[in-house]
Design a protein around this ligand. Structure first.
Ligand code: SAH
Ligand code: SF4
Length: 375
């Protein structure tokens, strides 16, 4: 059985033709699956009955199963999806006045070991398939439209655009560029007018800085880019974002500049987690100003979200304010990320899911962790 959920237009056209059908059937299938949320073939009324019967024996539409749903008092949702072998991944929906943002996972765990990240601490199990990545958007639209129907009445929901998610950020569990092919295939479905029809500006990929893959993405599917900077010099970044040893800051800044030649927005967003006593001093702000001088950018400061035994503390609001002001005085545009879904542990860096660690990192961590004292 082939899972049609993970096939993009080109792959679906090819498959449909192999079944002896006209290629335009692929567009119809895409619409049914992604716009109307179909997971059965019976209701696909504009597709011939004979083909529907054949589809039912050769293919299926199989999103990952929903294990848990948590709803925050602030309207944020967190879903845990079953991706088999006791693994679960998390997806978060954050409603705001003018948009609805879905935060999507790309891997079960993460291999990159950033020291302040709960996903990184859990080790790595495997890459998600394209179906499992796009399945998160599929589920969110299903659940949110059901919820809308419950609140607003069935007719109202039917009249409204069913696509409630207006923005996607690849900022959940995992490093999206370390699962390049499956992530790009999923991005293409997000952008496809017959599927989710999101504009490239409304889809953001966040990376810890895999430079060669950033260059590939610029050519293959340049969506908006966020880069996890988190440190102002190589010594500190080597320690807290270890991939920096492979792709140091100078190379990362150059890659950002190259990316902007094709990007849908004229700036890169730098994410910067605020860790008390680690990276939040005024001298760090000054280093950042010098470092990013030639890269059009905006800064998003993320107050550290604690998790058990992290060894870190969140910077004080005074420190965050001072840091922000210093950057702004140098002409940078800076926002401080609001923590949403606090009551359901849905904030950045708290997505833990259920990771059966293949790297056995948790065991190694016992000797590796350097506790940061809060002096
Ligand atoms: N792997 C990608 C995307 C996922 S993480 C990346 O690293 O960019 C999304 C953002 O949350 C990243 O900027 C990440 O560094 C940040 N983050 C991780 N742990 C955090 C924590 N405990 N508190 C606040 N932000 C965190
Ligand atoms: Fe992986 Fe991103 Fe967490 Fe680093 S911050 S460990 S790259 S998920």
């Amino acid at each position: 059985m082939i899972n049609l959920l993970g096939l993009n237009k080109q792959q679906l056209s090819q498959w449909v033709v192999e079944q002896g059908e006209k290629p335009f059937r692929a567009q119809q299938l895409l619409r049914w699956i992604h716009q109307f949320g179909a997971d059965q073939f019976d209701g696909m009324t504009d597709i011939a009955k004979s083909f529907r019967a054949k589809l039912a024996t050769t293919a299926h539409i199989a999103p990952p199963a929903l294990m848990t749903e948590l709803a925050s008092v602030d309207g944020t949702y967190k879903w845990l999806l079953d991706v088999g072998a006791l693994n679960g991944i998390e997806t978060v929906f954050i409603p705001e006045d003018d948009r609805g943002t879905l935060c999507i996972s790309s891997q079960v765990g993460c291999a990159l070991e950033c020291t302040f990240c709960s996903t990184g601490r859990q080790g790595f199990n495997r890459n998600l398939s394209t179906a499992e990545i796009i399945g998160q958007l599929w589920w969110a639209n299903q659940r949110l439209s059901q919820e809308q129907a419950r609140i607003g009445g069935v007719e109202l929901a039917a009249q409204q655009d069913r696509r409630i998610v207006t923005n996607v950020v690849m900022m959940g569990m995992g490093e999206p560029l370390a699962n390049y092919d499956n992530v790009v295939a999923a991005l293409r479905l997000m952008l496809d007018d017959h599927a989710y029809g999101l504009s490239r500006r409304r889809v953001t990929l966040s990376t810890s800085g895999l430079v060669p893959a950033m260059d590939r993405l610029r050519e293959d599917c340049p969506v908006a880019l966020a880069v996890s900077l988190h440190a102002s010099n190589d010594t500190l970044r080597d320690e807290i974002v270890p991939i920096n040893k492979k792709y140091p800051l100078r190379e990362l800044m150059a890659a950002c500049q190259r990316y902007l030649e094709k990007a849908p927005r004229d700036f890169v967003t730098f994410e910067y987690v605020m860790l008390d006593g680690v990276n939040d001093a005024v001298r760090h702000a000054d280093e950042i100003i010098a470092l990013t001088r030639n890269v059009p950018c905006k800064f998003n400061l993320i107050p550290f979200n604690p998790f058990p035994n992290s060894g870190y503390n969140r910077s004080s609001s005074d420190n965050i304010r001072r840091f922000k002001q210093r950057l702004m005085d140098a002409g940078l545009i800076v926002t401080v990320r609001k923590t949403r879904g606090d009551d359901i542990d849905a904030a950045c860096g708290q997505l833990a899911g259920q990771v059966q660690d293949k790297t056995k990192r948790q065991e190694r961590r016992v000797v590796e962790i350097k506790p940061y004292e809060n002096s």
